[in-house]
Design a protein around this ligand. Structure first.
Ligand SMILES: *Cc1c(COP(=O)(O)O)cnc(C)c1O
Length: 370
């Protein structure tokens, strides 16, 4: 008997998450300088990291011999001030992925099930499967979440519903009234994880008042991240806001030092960097316009997106060749076949020059594929 055969079946069946190809990897494969490659594959911030966060993280480098504050006192205090929640309502994570996993570990087990939408963020099925629970994938409507369908999918064993808003990789958005109605109708015995990783990219009028909803819905967990609009994807820090009972349970299973000291310092400072978030927002708006106009000129369909990325639909059967051509041209984007979208590629909104290069490279690739 092989030791690996003794791992639970649900662990052996996991298909690992496939991240965007790192620039250094493509540079090695192609034997070119990494400076000649652009990566628009992981929804990273093309402006880099919040300068206030960078400054704070540089200062924090002086104390790396010490364990971090396992309770994240200062970051929680900053989040409390910003969002009007108590420290007891906050769960800090090594990225918001960590928070999603904590929710799964607290509420799921073999025999329980959890619901998510077709085309939704790939981490949901992963964290469900990792704890041996059953995932229920509800068909999407026009690439977006079918909230009524998700309500109908609830079984007596359902413990979590995952909702990404906006969703990655489709960029679709649920309006506040739709979400509110869903919260009013779902059983209070089901935790609703509302993943708002791209919240900062929304115009104010499109945002849900999700944090205010926490007071009405003790079964709501709102997750946010510093990876996107704050430009800290490599630092790994995110957080969840919930009822104190939920947060308390999640904090029990959390590793005591899951967020490192540099991340804690950087995130607290980043929260104050409203200027950086404003610049990020404005650049994204302009870049989205540039990309969508360019795509229309190329006659390429796309799903209108509320995030910092766009999923484009390629002529049937060409997406693989086009992806490879883009790579050869030094442009990394993301194939999303694993999201049931084999004809789409997802591109992150970059700097104006990067968007331009993507459009030109896509034009070349389309010519080759024709
Ligand atoms: C990028 C992203 C996250 C953030 O992940 P981190 O672990 O915080 O880097 C969460 N949810 C969705 C839908 C995302 O696209």
């Amino acid at each position: 008997m092989n030791l690996s055969d003794l791992a639970p079946e649900y662990i052996r069946a996991i298909h690992p998450y496939q991240p965007g190809k790192p620039i250094s990897e493509l540079a090695r494969e192609m034997g070119v300088d990494s400076g000649s490659i652009i990566k628009l594959a992981s929804n990273e911030n093309p402006l880099g990291t919040s300068p206030l966060a960078l400054e704070a993280m540089t200062r924090a480098l002086g104390e790396t011999a010490l364990y971090p504050d396992g309770n994240g006192f200062e970051l929680k205090a900053a989040l409390s001030r910003r969002y009007g929640v108590t420290s007891g309502q906050i769960v800090l994570g090594n990225g918001s992925n960590d928070v999603l996993e904590l929710a799964a570990r607290v509420f799921l087990k073999p025999g329980a099930d959890a619901i998510y939408s077709q085309h939704a963020f790939a981490v949901y099925p992963l964290v469900i499967q990792a704890v041996g629970a059953t995932g229920i994938k509800v068909p999407a409507i026009e690439y977006g979440h079918d909230l009524d369908g998700m309500l109908e999918a609830v079984t007596p064993e359902t413990r979590i519903v995952f909702i990404a808003n906006p969703n990655n990789p489709t960029g679709t958005l649920l309006t506040p009234p739709l979400l509110l109605r869903f919260l009013q109708h779902i059983s209070p015995d089901v935790l609703v994880v509302l993943d708002e990783a791209y919240n900062e990219y929304l115009p104010a009028t499109a945002r849900s008042d999700s944090i205010a909803w926490l007071q009405r819905f003790p079964n709501l967990l709102v997750t946010r991240t510093f990876s996107k609009a704050y430009g800290m994807a490599g630092i790994r820090v995110g957080f969840g806001l919930a009822h104190t009972d939920v947060a308390n349970l999640m904090n029990r299973v959390r590793q005591p030092f899951n967020v490192n000291s540099i991340a804690l310092a950087g995130a607290a400072a980043a929260l104050d960097d409203t200027a950086f978030v404003r610049r990020t927002y404005a650049l994204n708006q302009a870049g989205m316009l540039q990309l969508t106009m360019g795509l229309r000129q190329l006659g390429i369909e796309y799903i209108p997106s509320y995030g910092n990325f766009l999923s484009v639909r390629l002529p049937s059967g060409t997406s693989r060749a086009i992806h490879e051509s883009l790579l050869r041209q030094g442009v990394i984007v993301r194939p999303i076949g694993i999201y049931d979208m084999p004809d789409h590629l997802r591109v992150t909104v970059g700097l104006a020059s990067e968007n331009q290069r993507f459009l030109e490279s896509l034009n070349t690739a389309l010519g080759e594929a024709a």
